[in-house]
Design a protein around this ligand. Structure first.
Ligand code: HEC
Ligand code: HEC
Ligand code: HEC
Length: 171
């Protein structure tokens, strides 16, 4: 097979288009990694979001499972956030479950700008974000609460709050 100079040159140009422009928009080029809620706390403590979330059902969800249930791989998806680049399992429903892995948007200069944040992995959550877990095919405790799951109401009540006692009988 004869490879023309033209095809070699155009292959380089194509590769350049794919990998070249390391601009502000890093979507699809850089992997978004989980960093954990403690990193978000640095800036979202003063606005009250971290301290409020830390007491929420979501934050304590994993810790409120019995040790036996913590071995259940099926529950892991629903009660944990993901693993960091270093392989640490982040337990509970942390910020990044709803807002996306934060390694590329957590810098102040990016966070201040919604468009830039979204381009770097920030998710502005909507009902579909919650329905990953709050659906009736989910494991027992969650399937039970899926019946009365109401996104509008949950957001109106404060999605970083929900400090009521455990009503789900998880233990
Ligand atoms: C270096 C400081 C800093 C860190 C770290 C940080 N943020 Fe932010 N964040 C900001 C600032 C500043 C804003 C813009 C003002 C505001 O809404 O508080 C913001 C806004 C946001 C918004 C609102 C976006 C919008 O337009 O509605 C979300 C959601 C958010 N941050 C989530 C997170 C999450 C999750 C983490 C951890 C992975 C995190 N932030 C880490 C500083 C930070
Ligand atoms: C269960 C999903 C969920 C988790 C967990 C969560 N958030 Fe949010 N967050 C939301 C939703 C939904 C909104 C939009 C709320 C609205 O429209 O009023 C929001 C809005 C925000 C905003 C914009 C300002 C505001 O109050 O509306 C910031 C900042 C934010 N979240 C930061 C965080 C941080 C930091 C954490 C972890 C400490 C966190 N969130 C955990 C779902 C979540
Ligand atoms: C990764 C899975 C996951 C996602 C995504 C998720 N949740 Fe949850 N949610 C849970 C778990 C786990 C619990 C605690 C269940 C328990 O008590 O065992 C919970 C509990 C709740 C509760 C308390 C229910 C009760 O009656 O005690 C509300 C309200 C809630 N979530 C709202 C939301 C909203 C709103 C969103 C989206 C913005 C959301 N959740 C996204 C896993 C999730």
């Amino acid at each position: 097979m004869r490879i023309s100079v033209f095809s070699v040159v155009s292959a380089f140009i194509f590769a350049g288009l794919l990998f070249g422009s390391a601009g502000a928009d890093q979507t699809d080029k850089v992997k978004h990694e989980y960093v954990g809620a403690k990193k978000c706390k640095i800036c979202h403590k003063k606005d009250g979001i971290y301290p409020s979330w830390a007491k929420s059902r979501h934050a304590i969800a994993w810790d409120s499972l019995s040790t036996e249930k913590q071995q259940d791989e099926k529950l892991k998806f629903y009660y944990t956030t993901g693993t960091t680049a270093k392989g640490e399992l982040l337990t509970g429903v942390q910020c990044e479950v709803c807002h996306g892995p934060g390694s590329n948007y957590k810098k102040k200069t990016i966070m201040q700008d919604r468009k830039l944040s979204v381009a770097n992995g920030l998710i502005i959550p909507d009902e579909t974000t919650c329905k990953k877990c709050h659906h009736d095919k989910a494991p027992a405790p969650l399937a039970k609460i899926a019946k009365d799951f109401d996104f509008e109401k949950a957001v109106a009540n404060g999605v970083h709050q929900m400090h009521e006692a455990d009503t789900t009988g998880t233990k």
